[in-house]
Design a protein around this ligand. Sequence first.
Ligand code: MG
Length: 383
Amino acid sequence: MKQSRRQFIKSSATVAAALSLSSLSAIAKTKRIKSSSKMKLSWTPYDLELRHTFTISGFSRKTTPVVLTKIEYDGLAGYGEASLPPYLGETQASVIEFLKKVDLSAFPDSTHLDEILTYVDGIAINNTAAKASVDIALHDLVGKIIGAPWYKMYGLDKTNVPDTTFTIGIDTDDVVREKTRETLGRFNILKVKVGGPDDKRMIEAIRSITDLPLAVDANQGWKDRREALDMIHWLKEKGIVMVEQPMPKLDLDNIARLTEESPLPIFADESLQRLTDIERLKGVFSGINIKLMKCTGMREAWKMRNLAETLGMKVMMGCMTETSCAISAASQLYAGMDFADLDGALLIANDCFDGATLEKGKIIANDLPGIGVKLTKNISFER
Ligand code: MG
């Protein structure tokens, strides 16, 4: 019985892909995906080991804690992830505490993404990475139930994606040159963390190795608008193509003036978390950096992308240090965006998923259903 139902659902996948996402639950209702089984959510903490010590304006670290999630249903399993860089306030303990409150047993149909994820979002305020870990696992599961990768359900061409940047952290000239050399031939654009006292020296060190386009991320590090504008003009001369979060996140008046005068597009990162933040940033920034961990996952990221584009803003897809699980989730929905910063899984030494891969400088989703991941390590999930 199970087999024939799966076959039937699979044959409906082409139809599902051609329809809008909001029609998904309607399909599920009319074709009635019935099951007596209930969704089971489980999780495990996991520590990512970074290949290089990572320094941005104000912070330095060698590991990133994450929590991996799994939602099982009717013999299928969807995987998710919460990545927890320490400066964002969530911890493995806070994520697990949140996940313990999530009761999916009340939802008989796992394809009702909107209903389920609205419930998850309402459990507590904040906890965006914890919510993302449920959202990603549920998207993975639903894609597996329907038998299609999400990029197809979004109606996107998975190869029409921007080159991913690869991040060079703040470091000594020798290390910066060595890191830059390691990227040659693999990437078409690099990202430089600036906002420290040695920005120009860093850029010159990179420029001594490569002429590749560069994105810069100041992580709020520039405090004076005039100095920031002078710096941006200098950066443009050096082949920089975009600037991320130049000034403190709440200093919107100065950022708006900077954006108006800047010869390069200015993107919001720290100034923005979720969907409801976007409208007030129109006219302040040229574009927004969408990250699954900040915005509670794929469902809201998709809405943010559409709203920003409707408002005439540029869009980029970003990430934290993450395994190929969350990166593969992001890879499903960023085709057609302006920039991408999806190097998270490339920065770690102990990835535990196979998923989207780096191909000629782009992160490309595979054709597996859901978010397209396979667990490659023997990890046990518990509840
Ligand atoms: Mg950033």
